[in-house]
Ligand binder design. Structure first.
Ligand SMILES: [Cu+2]
Length: 240
């Protein structure tokens, strides 16, 4: 009996630790928070609109000769009318801010199991370098099911690498290395755009993230690596 209990406990602990290790997609968290904002401001908006409508009806002019009376509120009522609505708004603001803060802190701890790609931005392109040295411009091919981290810098001015579908945006700038990460889970294409005005061609600074099945990525990756090695050999031969 005790043995069974211990085995059950061990199994439960293993499941829990696996669940903790499972990569949490920050994009889903941002979506949840955004929905929370929409729901909260809708409820507050409707509540305050109803209170206002009630006042408008309650204190309306009933005949053309009616003259209003300027009634004085007691000190307690004046404070109550100020503090209670303010408290309702602020409580929700703090709640949302705390959730956003928590999510941001979690997002800034990228998962260890990831592919890390360097990005140098410049007027007007996104230049990616994979761990094996393969380079790509404006089209970032990545495998599905693996978190992707970009270490970013810029060769000229401030750009901002924005991938709306993955809910991530981060500045890249000269003299500093910043990072962003995202978690593409299924094959597909996602637009990349510059979100920081960087010059007259800023709006043309678009690219895409192409998510492909893992096996397809591995084949492409190896092939590009081979091309790179062959190219290097040829250049050496030409130089010799
Ligand atoms: Cu730019």
């Amino acid at each position: 009996m005790r043995k069974h209990l211990l085995a059950a406990c061990a199994a439960a602990a293993a499941t829990a630790s696996r669940a903790a290790e499972a990569i949490r997609d920050p994009a889903a968290g941002w979506d949840r928070l955004w929905h929370e904002v929409i729901i909260d401001i809708s409820i507050l908006g409707v509540a305050f609109a109803l209170i206002t409508a009630w006042f408008v009806l309650r204190y309306r002019r009933r005949n053309p000769n009616e003259v209003g009376r300027a009634e004085k509120l007691t000190a307690a009522a004046a404070v109550g009318w100020t503090v209670i609505p303010m408290f309702v708004f602020m409580a929700d603001d703090f709640f949302l801010a705390a959730n956003g803060w928590q999510l941001w802190n979690a997002y800034r701890q990228p998962p260890a199991e990831r592919i890390e790609i360097k990005l140098e931005s410049g007027m007007y392109s996104w230049d990616y370098t994979y761990p094996n040295g393969v380079k790509a411009q404006n089209v970032l091919k990545v495998p599905a099911g693996k978190p992707v981290l970009l270490r970013m810098t810029s060769r000229d001015t401030i750009h901002s690498h924005f991938i709306p579908d993955f809910r991530v945006k981060e500045d890249s700038m000269p003299g500093r290395v910043t990072f962003m990460w995202f978690y593409p889970q299924k094959p597909g294409e996602h637009i990349v755009t510059c979100a920081e005005y960087c010059g007259i061609m800023h709006s043309y600074m678009v690219g895409k993230v192409v998510v492909v099945p893992e096996a397809e990525f591995a084949a492409w990756y190896a092939q590009e690596e081979k091309k790179l090695a062959d190219g290097g050999r040829q250049t050496k031969k030409a130089g010799a």
